[in-house]
Write a protein that binds this ligand. Structure first.
Ligand code: ATP
Ligand code: MG
Length: 334
């Protein structure tokens, strides 16, 4: 399968009153046609900035591209004008966000919003667009769509609103759907239903998906590959199987929280990694996870590890994985 999106050494910063925030610091990854790639990591690690860079949705200033390329179908998005970007955004690439209420217009009926979305992308009569809007609601399993199109967003439940958002994102039949924490605001059962729905739509329409979440638990069933980010950098990437069965970075292990290890703390869980991510005003020179890592070595503090491959599809940035790091399993004193 061909590469749909290729992000190469992307660096994005914000110029603030207090100085430069280095939000994304040299991130490279790709997305193939029709696959699902999960972007995971704790709050503030640069997931949304990466996604919004792809969509060119960052406010510039204060944001600015420092380096890198974002190739979509071989063309660099970073270099596109606003006008060119309008043709791509919401058309070839669509995005859904955590809170549908902020994206849906509360004063407009659901049907009208979808119809307008359809008319923006396709030359159809209003009548045809209405028929299509009903079909779209059926696609995302909203019951009684003929009736529902006459209702307002506040008459929908959170899960149903998110389904509407997915329908809206899919009206243009995009090549790539970026879903930024699409289920975080929903309860667990509805979360699973929405992810399941996204998978079904992908199977039907062949859309590639970037799924952004801080919760590794939700990506296992839906994603083909997982990219783990921390402090604006990628720490590890692999197939979902590789990341879950054979995580190589201590941060990934902590995120997983359930990989059996002899030295594992009983209370260690998905959301309780001790300490906080580093300040991105002055990011550390070495491995950014250094001060929270219980396996940290002297070198980690000042030197960023190289990329170490564990298979064709699996790599990590950690000194423990250096071929000469004998102490890999024992760790060593700082
Ligand atoms: N407009 C802004 N001005 C200054 N700094 C910003 C701005 N937007 C984001 N940042 C900073 O960029 C970094 C990355 O933020 P980002 O929103 O990408 O995190 P995230 O991984 O999406 O987190 P979350 O899981 O909380 O959504 C953070 O340190 C954040 O404070
Ligand atoms: Mg975010």
């Amino acid at each position: 399968m061909g590469k749909l999106l290729e992000v190469k050494d992307l660096a994005v910063s914000f110029q603030t009153y207090f100085g430069e925030v280095e939000a994304v610091r040299g991130v490279s990854f790709h997305v193939d046609k029709g696959e699902t790639v999960a972007l995971v990591g704790e709050s503030g690690c640069g997931k949304s900035v990466t996604a919004n860079s792809i969509m060119q949705l960052l406010p510039m200033p204060p944001a600015f591209y420092k380096n890198g390329q974002i190739l979509f179908e071989g063309e660099d998005i970073v270099k596109k004008s606003d006008k060119e970007m309008q043709k791509i955004r919401g058309n070839k690439i669509s995005m859904i966000f955590q809170d549908p209420m902020t994206s849906l217009n509360p004063t407009m009926k659901i049907g009208k919003q979808i119809i307008e979305g359809i008319l923006k992308h396709q030359k159809l009569s209003r009548h045809e667009a209405k028929k299509k809007a009903i079909e779209m609601l059926e696609l995302v399993s909203v019951p009684q769509p003929e009736k529902r199109i006459n209702q307002y967003p506040h008459e929908f439940s959170g899960g149903m609103r998110q389904r509407v958002m997915i329908a809206l994102a899919m009206v243009s039949n995009p090549e790539l759907l970026i879903a930024d924490e699409p289920t975080t605001a929903l309860d667990v059962t509805v979360q699973a239903q929405i992810l399941d729905l996204m998978k079904q739509i992908q199977d039907k329409l062949g859309t590639a998906i970037i799924l952004i979440t801080h919760d590794l638990g939700v990506v296992a069933d839906i994603s083909d590959r997982v990219i783990v980010m921390y402090a604006g950098k990628i720490m590890e990437e692999g197939t979902t199987d590789e990341i879950f069965k054979n995580p190589k970075h201590p941060y990934t292990r902590k995120l997983l929280g359930s990989v059996p290890r002899l030295d594992m703390d009983r209370n260690e869980s998905l959301h309780s990694i001790e300490g906080t991510p580093p300040d991105l005003y002055r990011p550390p020179k070495g491995c950014p996870f250094f001060d929270r890592c219980d396996k940290a070595m002297v070198i980690c503090k000042d030197h960023m590890p190289n990329k170490e491959y564990h298979s064709d599809s699996h790599y990590s940035y950690c000194w423990l994985n250096h071929p000469m790091a004998k102490a890999a399993d024992e760790g060593s004193e700082i």
